[in-house]
Design a protein around this ligand. Sequence first.
Ligand code: ADP
Ligand code: ZN
Ligand code: ZN
Length: 726
Amino acid sequence: MTQPDASPRVLRVALPVPLRRLFDYTLPESFRTPMPGLRVRVPFGHGTRIGVVVACMACSDLPAAQLKPVNALLDDVPLLDAELLASVLWAAEYWLGSPGEALLNALPVALRDGRALPQLRAQTWMLSDAGRIALQTSRTRGASLALLQRLAAAELPAQCVRTLPAAERAALARLRRAGHIIAAADSAATPGTAPALNPAQAEALAQLRAQPPGFSVTLLDGVTGSGKTEVYLARIAEVLAQGRQTLVLVPEIGLIAQTAQRLQQRLGVGIDLLHSGLSDGLRAEAWLRARSGAARVLLGTRSAVFAPLPRAGLIVIDEEHDASYKQQDGLRYHARDLALKRAQALGIPVLLGSATPALESLHNAARGRYAHLRLAARANARPAPHVELIDLRRQRSEHGLSAPLLDALGATFARGEQAMVFRNRRGYAPVLSCAQCGWHADCPQCARPLTWHRAAQRLECHLCGRLQPVPPCCPSCGSSALQAQGHGTERLEAALAERFPDIPLLRVDRETTRTRAAQAALDTRLPEHGPALLVGTQMLAKGHDLPRLTLVAVTSVDEGLYSIDFRAPERLAQLIVQVAGRAGRGTQPGRVLLQTRHPDHPLLLQLLSGGYHALAASLLDERRAARLPPFAYHALLRAEAAHEAALFAFLDAARTALPSEAAIEIIGPMPAPLPRRGPRWCGQLLLAGAQRGALHRALKPWALVLETLPQARALRWSLDVDPLEM
Ligand code: ADP
Ligand code: ZN
Ligand code: ZN
């Protein structure tokens, strides 16, 4: 009997192509057997592709004659470790994406094209205390002395070592062994001192410490300013002391800088950043530092959830309710949910923090899946801000600003304090209309009103981006009485600047922060002391800590009250509580004004009387009664086509292709909530199931069928599992 060939000669490879499958290749005789997680170059179509080895097998399901050989193995050791590989493949499976696209997207851009790993810039060399003493006691001479003097003058980036005289290069190694020269990142500035924790924080920390080691999820549910960040910091310090890594996620790039500064000052270690604002090189470097274990605290936005964590100790997700954690194209993953999966695989705890937890998270806490820790009061014992409604039906308002609101602003400035006016709409006015005949400017493609941008002198469609000049007179009746209807941030800015000409005013929206430089400049343009006014969109809801901010006004909450999206009430409540949380963080108490035409709306009344948690409880009851998430599971098929007929032909075929399973409710095909986007028609099909498992068992084979439908060829479609937007 011959010995069976034990060495696997078939590689199963994930390729960055939009197909939900893996591809088998043979391994040429001369190649060593690679480990999963390694990059390979393989023939594909008429060219070659870079892929990731997912498995090494003795044989394929396909006949060997149909398999092509691998061209090259690109790494010596796997780029992705077993946990990361498995977690990303799980994500592709769960959110119904292509495994190869998911894996390659998990890599920093600089590593996707198969280039060799860049050398980790071994940071910067500097003198240690011992080196300084050696220099002063002048027992060194020659090249060693020259190098010590060079480093005393300035730190030396490692790339510059090559340019040193040979004798000094030799001295570098010697002096490092002697401990006279160290890497700057290892020099660990001394950690800052933490404030003594208040009883609520201390109790939360004690509960976290009492958790058994391994995987756990804790919802740290504390009002804005209650000191959640101090609790994270205490835990991270403990994880650091064990020599383990922490991954911290925040929802927005705008929050990175201030968070990094706070982490760095308190923990006394370098913080490695992972977000889309970094150059490809810097991102690859942080990713590789994470992979090597050198990065000890990683801070990033959504995509940082794909960071390798070989020495993982903790994952912290700040503002866990934030919808930015959900990716809205490609693989539509949710960073919080993927982080939970990874933490489970890594056997580490997760901390979810929020002042306004997602209903899903509150539900999981109520079911005992998450530990639930509350911090009910602000850490500095400042009272919570006072929230009042302004009834717009009883008030004249100009440019969207009522008299009581303007009075409150004036009084705030008179006291030398700062205010924020919030409006979730950019531009001058959402509608430009004719006072004579009622005509208004619509996007010819989307059939929705164009937003008037007055300063830019144009009309803009916020759906498809179309730009049009402002007509000189009404195209319908010729009247010149064209007027703004409604108000956006640009109009508020103009009206407020006129009303309060001496008050420094800053507008913050996507228009004013288009460039990164503009964003960075924002925080420095308002005076720290004295009256000032911020006007802006939801970008204001997060960060932008103004110590003397005592008044927050929301010019209209009504759009959130009557939306067809079942998540709108939750979002509105979160937004109100978050913007309110910006008020009164300093020594002065805060005041919050909400303008509305519906002051009797139950949502507002409950939010004002019972706060976020009371409202969340009744919203959850409503969701349960209506069998909506988190009491049901959704998957949404979206499609866009140039012709309406093609769109519905596809959606109909997709519906027909579904297995007739009683456990799944099918809603549609139907037009999308916004049925036109530029020249395209948008439609959707919603699947709902009471059991996640049953829904998923139907979805996977269905997705594979969708890929092959002839009706799918001429249009764009996508699948969204657990969609946050309908
Ligand atoms: P959160 O993350 O819940 O919004 P922070 O941790 O940012 O709250 O704390 C809010 C403010 O209170 C910060 O200025 C912080 O320095 C301060 N603070 C937090 N905990 C304490 C404490 N135990 N003693 C004194 N000040 C504290
Ligand atoms: Zn007209
Ligand atoms: Zn449009």
